[in-house]
Design a protein around this ligand. Structure first.
Ligand SMILES: Cc1cc2nc3c(=O)[nH]c(=O)nc-3n(C[C@H](O)[C@H](O)[C@H](O)COP(=O)(O)OP(=O)(O)OC[C@H]3O[C@@H](n4cnc5c(N)ncnc54)[C@H](O)[C@@H]3O)c2cc1C
Length: 288
């Protein structure tokens, strides 16, 4: 379908974007367009002006942070993340997730900041960011703030970002020494979107699990930490029995959603399977 008429403008720089967001004018940010343009074409959304933020150097690329870990600029595309040596060295889990997002065209255009802002309940990057203890950094014309990914996502397509704020970067801290991470998903065959997906990061010390982060995507109203699973892992022996028992709590405290592809009971069962597989793979990669 043809979208309703709108204006298009390429932003002159970061200050231009922040100034535009500070006004009452109906400005919508355009990053890779891989979520927004389908919405416009289906006329599920209408915009006044599309402000293209795709060519602002400060929002782009991957850097090492002085505090440790890496920061990924909001307009860095999936393919740039896949090819970046810093991501490969510091956050191999991200590469594993990003490699499975969409197809090559989607990965060439789609950006990490766009996916985080859009907050699709099945967005693959969200559980990975939760398991990696990522931080989302935001700027407005008058403020800067950064907060944990855990708490940023409030529901389907809803985050704590204010309308005058721009996501500027996503920060991934250094993992505990020897930690292993893994990603597992069961996808809807036609679209490739996850029915349920799990990201896990485990560290093991003296045969016991010393650090556990587990998160689910696709199952609930938004990506969410599986805190009951984490609680069933920490300080326990890093054995297959522990992992299997913990995975059975995958959806505890999570309102599992059903749709025409998978009802809530099936999604619950898939969630347990992907969590168990992710835990097993993360354990195999963790030292100790
Ligand atoms: C065919 C197809 C298959 C796909 N498959 C998958 C998949 O398997 N897994 C998956 O996770 N995703 C998938 N996607 C979605 C894809 O990952 C998109 O890249 C992502 O959802 C949005 O990123 P974008 O840069 O295109 O954002 P856009 O579409 O440009 O923007 C999305 C929203 O975020 C806002 N926004 C963008 N950047 C910022 C910012 N820096 N600060 C504040 N707000 C901002 C925009 O205003 C808009 O509201 C698929 C998309 C398509 C078209």
């Amino acid at each position: 379908m043809i979208p309703a008429a709108f204006d298009y403008r390429r932003a002159d720089g970061l200050d231009d974007v922040l100034a535009a967001l500070a006004t009452d004018a109906p400005v919508t940010l355009l990053a890779g367009g891989q979520s927004l343009l389908p919405l416009l074409k289906l006329r599920l959304a209408e915009v006044g002006t599309l402000l293209d933020i795709g060519r602002i150097p400060e929002l782009h690329g991957v850097r090492v942070r002085d505090e440790g870990g890496i920061a990924i600029g909001a307009t860095t595309t999936w393919n740039e993340i896949l090819e970046d040596p810093l991501v490969a060295a510091h956050a191999p889990l991200l590469r594993q997730v990003v490699a499975g997002i969409g197809d090559v065209q989607v990965r060439n255009r789609g950006t990490i900041g766009g996916s985080v802002a859009h907050a699709d309940p099945a967005a693959d990057i969200v559980p990975a960011l939760l398991a990696l203890d990522a931080t989302i950094a935001l700027r407005s014309a008058t403020s800067r703030r950064a907060g944990p990914a855990d708490g940023f996502f409030r529901g389907p397509f809803e985050t704590v970002r204010r309308s005058d704020e721009l996501i500027v970067e996503i920060r991934i801290p250094a993992l505990p020494a020897g930690a292993g991470g893994a990603w597992e998903a069961v996808s809807q065959p036609a679209s490739g979107w996850s029915i349920a997906a799990a990201a896990a990061v485990l560290a093991v010390s003296d045969g016991r699990i010393s650090h556990a982060r587990v998160a689910l995507g696709g199952a609930g109203e938004c990506g969410v930490r599986a805190k009951a699973v984490e609680a069933a892992l920490v300080d326990r022996p890093a054995t297959p029995e522990t992992l299997t028992a913990a995975a059975s709590a995958a959806t505890e405290g999570i309102a599992v959603q059903g749709d025409l592809h998978a009802d809530a009971a099936y999604r619950t069962s898939v969630a347990r399977v992907v969590v168990r597989r992710a835990l097993e793979a993360a354990r195999a990669r963790a030292a100790g």
